[in-house]
Design a protein around this ligand. Structure first.
Ligand SMILES: Cc1cc2nc3c(=O)[nH]c(=O)nc-3n(C[C@H](O)[C@H](O)[C@H](O)COP(=O)(O)OP(=O)(O)OC[C@H]3O[C@@H](n4cnc5c(N)ncnc54)[C@H](O)[C@@H]3O)c2cc1C
Ligand code: FES
Length: 268
């Protein structure tokens, strides 16, 4: 794992929505160690700063990709990069989605907004081995229909089971409106034999995990990805502390059995 940002070239730029872009990166020199679904990199926009961004595509022959939503100085600078621009990359960091523990079980992949980005490589991995798992369900909540990420791919995910709900429908939207947990009723899964992977805003993670436990999904089979501001990403600065955990090292993916007591205390 490199502590020095290694220069990478933006070889492809895919505009996903009005504020979100997927950048495909190739190393200009030494490559990084391989990424796994759920892990993240520190992306350095030269002269602006460095932020944690999950890997959003790993291995479908199109290279390593990160999907960035422009919310502040650094993410806006990354969003503004065109093909041929260079970016510094450190990583991979953090824990991965534990697919080994989910083998043979039904799967619920539940995303809110940009939370679909870290889950996309997991979906790719599961679709590459369809017989290793039970029923795959992909449930996505987006602010508006125009904010849905990867709409073309999403179409292909419908064959197992995939559904979207939005907060604010457009005039031509005929789909669901409301929070993502309202989609659980349409999903096909046996709660006790299900593993859930959840990523999105913390309030959505909390509500979703509670609903899943209520339906009988075991807390240690609910994996959540948590975010805190990060600086070193190597367990040294303490910026990403959540109770006894350093999320750059012990997370971002942790079991809800471990996350639940920490998420109920707002100040942690
Ligand atoms: C492990 C991890 C993986 C991430 N993966 C992605 C990803 O795949 N794609 C993506 O677009 N973003 C991702 N993020 C969030 C991203 O790192 C933040 O949006 C970014 O740090 C904001 O920095 P900025 O300089 O652009 O904005 P700032 O000026 O620092 O902040 C702008 C706004 O965003 C809020 N914010 C800052 N950092 C975070 C954070 N970590 N979580 C939530 N809100 C924050 C601030 O409170 C403020 O309201 C991830 C964060 C973590 C910790
Ligand atoms: S970011 Fe420094 S300890 Fe986690």
């Amino acid at each position: 794992m490199s502590q020095t940002p290694l220069p990478h070239l933006v070889v492809d730029r895919q505009e996903e929505t009005h504020d979100t872009v997927t950048l495909t990166l190739e190393p200009l020199g030494r490559p990084l160690a391989p990424f796994a679904p759920g892990r993240f990199a520190m992306l350095y926009a030269f002269g602006v700063g460095e932020i944690p961004v999950s890997v959003s595509r790993i291995s479908d022959g199109q290279g390593l990709a990160h999907t960035v939503r422009a919310v502040g100085a650094v993410s806006r600078a990354l969003y503004g990069l065109g093909t041929g621009a260079s970016v510094g990359v450190r990583g991979p960091f953090g824990t991965r989605w534990d697919t080994a523990a989910a083998r043979g079980r039904d799967l619920l992949v539940i995303a809110g907004g940009i939370g679909l980005a870290p889950l996309r490589p997991l979906i790719h991995a599961v679709l590459a081995e369809p017989h290793a798992y039970g029923q795959l369900n992909v449930l996505v909540g987006a602010r508006t229909p125009a904010d849905l990420l990867y709409p073309d791919e999403f179409h292909a995910w419908r064959r197992p089971f995939a559904a979207v709900t939005v907060d604010r429908p457009s005039a031509d939207w005929t789909g669901r409106v409301g929070v993502v947990t309202t989609l659980l009723g349409d999903a096909r899964f046996t709660p006790a034999d299900t593993t859930a992977f959840v990523c999105g805003p913390e309030v959505m993670i909390r509500a979703t995990a509670r609903a899943l436990v209520h339906q009988g999904v075991p807390p240690d089979h609910i994996q959540v990805s948590l975010e805190r501001n990060m600086r070193c990403a190597t367990g040294h600065c303490g910026h990403c502390q959540l109770g006894p955990l350093l999320l750059c090292r012990d997370g971002p993916v942790i079991g809800y059995d471990q996350a639940e007591p920490l998420l109920t205390v707002r100040e942690l």
